[in-house]
Design a protein around this ligand. Sequence first.
Ligand code: SF4
Length: 72
Amino acid sequence: MFNNGQQTRKLAVDCQWLHRTLAIGDSNDPYRMLCTHIIRNGENCVGPFLENLETDCLLWEASERFQKNQQK
Ligand code: SF4
């Protein structure tokens, strides 16, 4: 994806459909990365959530926070 002539890295953490939450009662792995896109509503995000590895998810869209950071 390109934005203002600069290449945009599509990191799953910057997707507008990502909802990060905690699973109460799961002390082993309480962190949840859920997708709120209508197609995947409620399922786990496909990720990955490793630093600087882009997602290949075709539903990815830039979050508002990400867009504001791009304008700086
Ligand atoms: S599955 Fe795709 S659309 Fe959903 S939060 Fe993850 S990257 Fe975004």
